[in-house]
Design a protein around this ligand. Sequence first.
Ligand code: FAQ
Length: 315
Amino acid sequence: MKEINITELERKFQEKIDNDIKIEPNDWMPEEYRQTLIRQISQHAHSEIVGQLPEGNWVTRAPNLRRKAVLLAKIQDEAGHGLYLYSAVETLGADREQTMDDLHSGKAKYSSIFNYPALTWADMGMIGWLVDGAAIMNQVPLCRCSYGPYARAMVRVCKEESFHQRQGYEIVTQLAQGTPEQKAMAQESLDRWWWPALMMFGPSDKDSKHTAQSMKWKIKRHTNDELRQQFVDVTVPQAELIGLKVPDADLKFNEATGHYDFGDINWDEFWQVVAGHGPCNKERVAARKRAKEEGMWVREAANAYAEKRAKRKAS
Ligand code: FAQ
């Protein structure tokens, strides 16, 4: 009897997916679907939060007040994205504190890109242009994700990422049109960030263990390689327009396919970074742990105040 009910629930669930009707928190969903979403959304949230660190490094050294104000606003936006996403994870029954503890213990992943250092001011431009650019390419399709709270969070996130991408491209454009030293700084930064940006889209389709199922559930709408190709096709002309050279000797527009062919990605480097052995992995996780410990008194004070107010209201 129980089995028949589950089959019926699965049928209804699949029917909604097939008809592009959003799955909402109180709807029945297969446990694997729930777990896949908890994994992806929490890792996405961690990426937004850890992603603040490379840029935070430059707030005190921004070249002028306008740049500092824009950078601060962008970093605040990333914190907001993390908070929407942690809330979306909670709608799936996950515990927010636990997901953060998983980040701190190394159990949960976050985007490989944030394990690279931001060494020059040009890197602030490159993060906006390439990293937010890649994030948008990946996240616009997520606005049509089958899970309602994630899809809705993505709509606002994408609008903000779009502003981030433009401010990054503007920084890089100004440097590329500046003095020879500024242009060289922009080129050197592109040389360092190009390949890690391509890695953001995840392993190639043949090595991606989750893509097939996530596409069936309409969590993902495109494969990792499809999105990576779209990113290359859009970004290479942007680099050419401002006179920068993408560091790939094999990059060539293919008239037959209408896409750019590009060189091999160093997957060994990608998996090393994902496994925790990138240039900044230890530093990033240590910074998050320190933030939790040092912010403990604020949370305790806020909770004590909330409890006191609730008691006063009740009496
Ligand atoms: N880094 O089978 P797949 C941003 C892992 S937000 C680390 O292909 P899936 C905003 C993957 O988790 C950037 N690990 O997995 C910002 C899995 O391991 P698991 C983040 C990666 O989930 C800008 C394993 O490899 N965006 O930048 C990476 O189907 C500027 C096998 O991979 C999102 O999270 C990687 N790059 O596809 C903030 C978007 N790629 O979990 C500040 C949402 C793969 O089994 C400044 N996420 N792995 O242990 C997604 O779209 C997907 O999760 C993918 C991976 C495409 C990232």
